[in-house]
Design a protein around this ligand. Structure first.
Ligand code: PMP
Length: 458
């Protein structure tokens, strides 16, 4: 029992949750016979649920979010101080934390210039789509409004973000969607679509083929995750990004990197694209920006993009968009302190060291468990793809992958799996601990997985 909850409180909380809360991404039928887990406290890498059970969190809050770990009093302090001073003001007026976080963020992003605040990753991406459409109308005479997205990538949950969704089952039954979004092939070499030496270049050339088919004059944007998250922890093959950049330049197509998962240290650089020497026109980020201490997302653009929205001779000549809660000061205040922590505690270095240890451990597990077909990762963002057979690469059954996750949970270690219930995408175990993870944490995670794989797959 948690120290803050009596058994009466607890039964009330669970009853209220069961009766009144509709959980995200959840089939509620099982909750008719079992109680949902209620998390009540966190510190560092650890979580405690309402029954007092301790968990080691290897997924940073379930969806790659709590980059600096739980229970950060300094973030709570700066947010509290800011809230009592000024919690909110919207529109053209600035705020102290909004200005200072934008300045600090752009220092980490050479070549980028402007920060547009909103609340979620989906929203940050929709801002880009709107900007691109407006540029198409204003600068290209109504052309270049089509947007390319990649198979297996995910950019959010709203109807337009789902139009850019490379995981078809996520979008099923939610159409009709916003038109003008076109899919390009994924770049996962393990599930190669071309039998060639230079796979990265070939996978990027496939994007060029789509551009030529659709007509370069119609396409304004290519939107990609630097490392695909929910679609399988897909690290790009050698040479991929260099060729992508060449193709964008050749056809005058702007490049949008969705850093909602990879951003703010997750991969061992401030941003995932910075590993690959890419120069984007747009970068979006959300989850790790304030590590879940406040809701904030950022759409970051170059100065060249910003300049296109400064036509005061035309009543339509600016970005006519607002997110009410983009005016909350708690977001940038938390984000600034989150960034200070990452810097002062050298968490990028730690991410690289601990990420390397995680990959070593996963490779060692691969030698012991034939069910691991592939391991992939960048920094503290790693995945192990499970297959029935290494030659056929037939994906392991979803229920058994889920059983591995459940076995780890029973051992007190929370790991993840790629999109449950999405055939073809749901066979990769995911590991994304907070950037503060220690060698002992990493070893505890992979030891739990070792035991779970042995029990579930033999
Ligand atoms: N982009 C990516 C790459 C994501 O993984 C997600 C969420 N998992 C989103 C966008 C959407 O973010 P949000 O849920 O905050 O809208």
């Amino acid at each position: 029992m948690n120290k803050n909850l009596t058994s009466n409180d607890l039964s009330h909380v669970i009853a209220a949750d069961k009766a009144r809360v509709w959980h995200h991404l959840t089939q509620h039928k099982p909750f008719e016979s079992i109680d949902p887990r209620v998390m009540v406290e966190g510190k560092g890498m650890k979580l405690w649920d309402a029954l007092g059970k301790e968990h080691l969190d290897a997924v940073s809050g379930g969806v790659w979010t709590v980059n600096v770990g739980y229970g950060r009093e300094s973030i709570a302090d700066v947010v509290r101080d800011q809230l009592v001073k000024l919690n909110y003001f919207a529109g053209s007026a600035g705020s102290i934390p909004g200005a200072l976080f934008a300045e600090a963020l752009i220092e980490k992003m050479p070549g980028m210039s402007r920060v547009y605040y909103a609340n979620s990753g989906s929203e940050a991406n929709e801002k880009v789509f709107k900007m691109v459409r407006q540029i198409g109308h204003r600068v290209h005479g109504g052309r270049k409004t089509k947007i390319l997205y990649r198979e297996r990538d995910y950019h959010g949950t709203t109807i337009t973000a789902l139009a850019a969704c490379g995981q078809p089952q996520r979008a099923q039954q939610y159409g009709p969607f916003t038109p003008g979004f076109i899919e390009v092939p994924h770049c996962l070499e393990y599930r190669a679509q071309w039998d060639v030496e230079d796979y990265g270049r070939r996978a990027a050339d496939a994007i060029e083929e789509v551009i030529l088919r659709e007509g370069p004059d119609e396409i304004g944007l290519l939107c990609l995750e630097p490392v695909t998250a929910g679609g399988g922890v897909i690290t790009p093959p050698e040479g991929y990004w260099q060729r992508v950049q060449e193709i964008c330049a050749k056809y005058d197509i702007m490049l949008h990197i969705d850093e909602v998962v990879c951003g703010v240290g997750r991969t061992g650089e401030w941003f995932g694209y910075q590993h690959y020497g890419v120069k984007p026109d747009f970068v979006t980020m959300a989850k790790g920006v304030a590590s879940g201490y406040a809701a904030i997302s950022c759409t970051v653009t170059t100065e060249a993009v910003f300049e296109m929205f400064k036509d005061d001779s035309d009543p339509l000549g600016y970005f006519r968009d607002i997110s009410t809660f983009g005016g909350c000061t708690s977001g940038p205040a938390a984000a600034l302190e989150n960034m200070r922590i990452i810097e002062d505690e050298n968490l990028l270095d730690n991410t690289n060291r601990m990420g390397a240890r995680m990959m070593d451990n996963l490779h060692a597990l691969m030698e012991r468990h034939a069910v691991i077909g592939d391991v992939r990762g960048k920094g503290l963002f790693c995945g192990a793809e499970l297959v029935n057979d290494r030659t056929s690469k037939e994906p392991a059954d979803e229920k058994r992958v889920a059983a591995v996750v459940a076995d780890c949970m029973a051992q007190g270690v929370i790991i993840g799996m790629t999109n449950r219930s999405l055939p073809g995408f749901n066979n990769t175990l995911c590991f994304s601990p907070a950037l503060i993870a220690t060698p002992d944490d990493i070893d505890a995670i992979t030891t739990a997985v070792d035991g779970a794989l042995g029990r579930v797959f033999g």
